[in-house]
Unconditional design. Structure first.
Length: 383
């Protein structure tokens, strides 16, 4: 059995999903749509798909899952429309642009009995899963404290249409935060409380991305661009999270967690692979390469692989879970919890007081190598 997928949204992220889809055994992308018909037609021709208007794709009888790749402000409307039409949904992150809309999606899924999956799925890659396996095996003992850092100059320097990154639903917390918080929740369990401070570093941004249709234009910033937060987990662990698009250069590592028996370094959670490093009781760092594992080998760009980018893994794992009637890992509860944490960070920064996280979730089960390999169309699809 193969789950038939229809894509809504032909933005910058769609190319990697469309390019990777044939590597997975349980999904087949059959149609694509966008509010700009000419863009959908171009993608359809390139990837040999059927271009359709959005409402026709959502209502189509030969589509099982709607892959929602729209901008965050449209996530809720598209996802709820698809669920109402009897389709499972897998959405790009975040689950919605607000916690209220995220709850609406979760309620629609419960009402219809359909699945909702949500990016990021990078925590299912070889890098994070290797770290999770080591932690489950007791490599660092009981986690106590950690740090995570999202640092760059922002999106206007490389993204062709960066304005939405600086509007409600955007900013480093909601845009990049899902990668880090999802990985941390997978490592440490759900978050209990957040405390944060934040600011807008630059009131306006100038688009300098080469080839951008809006090159040289200015963007009025409406969201916090530098935020520092303390995440207190139900397990008792505490992690400092720094998110900023106001940084020229830095030397901070993506994620470090320190426990009663040792420390662990986790590679960039915006990628699926990387080197995990462990220090046992203060010993020298032991690097652990993950490129030989499923979803750990460089594979992107296609013509000269230098990065590990298997977007679509979460979609494929959800499809496999539907087929075999088991829970899927990048699920609505996880996505809603992460959204609550991110919104809680922003609320705490605005109100200058701690925020308790009400939405619950379970730690996703470890994706073992045997299970990861079962998601692939063939062994050759690993790389």
């Amino acid at each position: 059995m193969v789950m038939r997928v229809g894509v809504v949204g032909c933005g910058n992220i769609s190319k990697i999903y469309l390019s990777m889809a044939n590597r997975f055994r349980d999904i087949e992308i059959v149609a694509i749509s966008d509010l700009r018909p000419e863009v959908a037609a171009t993608q359809a021709e390139l990837f040999l798909l059927r271009a359709m208007p959005v409402h026709e794709l959502i209502d189509s009888d030969d589509i099982d899952i709607v892959l929602n790749l729209t901008i965050p402000s449209a996530h809720a409307d598209v996802s709820i429309a698809a669920l109402t039409a009897g389709k499972h949904v897998y959405s790009e992150k975040p689950l919605a642009a607000s916690l209220v809309d995220g709850r609406r999606i979760a309620e629609a899924a419960k009402r219809t009995g359909l699945r909702v999956g949500v990016a990021p799925d990078t925590f299912l890659g070889a890098g994070a899963q290797t770290a999770l396996r080591l932690m489950e095996d007791g490599a660092i003992g009981t986690p106590i404290i950690g740090s995570a850092a999202i640092m760059s100059r922002g999106m206007e320097h490389w993204h062709p249409n960066p304005e939405f990154f600086f509007k409600p639903g955007g900013g480093p917390v909601l845009d990049m935060g899902p990668y880090y918080v999802t990985t941390l929740v997978a490592m440490l369990g759900p978050v209990q409380k957040v405390s944060a401070v934040g600011q807008i570093g630059l009131a306006e941004r100038t688009v300098t991305a080469e080839g951008s249709p809006v090159l040289g234009s200015t963007i009025k910033v409406e969201v916090l661009t530098s935020v520092q937060a303390i995440l207190t987990f139900q397990s008792g662990a505490q992690v400092t999270l720094q998110c900023s698009w106001d940084v020229w250069k830095h030397g901070l590592l993506p994620i470090e967690v320190h426990g009663t028996a040792g420390s662990i370094r986790v590679p960039d959670p915006n990628t699926f692979g990387g080197v995990v490093s462990v220090s046992a009781a203060g010993a020298e760092w032991e690097p652990i390469e993950t490129s030989e594992l499923a979803f750990g080998a460089p594979n992107w760009p296609l013509d000269a692989p230098a990065r590990v980018n298997y977007r679509g893994l979460g979609l494929a794992e959800m499809a496999n879970a539907i087929i075999h009637d088991r829970p899927h890992r990048a699920n609505a509860a996880l996505g809603l919890h992460v959204l609550a944490v991110l919104e809680g960070i922003l609320q705490s920064a605005r109100e200058e007081k701690p925020v308790i996280i009400q939405e619950a979730c379970e730690r996703p089960a470890l994706l073992r190598q045997s299970e990861a390999l079962e998601l692939l169309a063939s062994a050759a699809s690993i790389a």
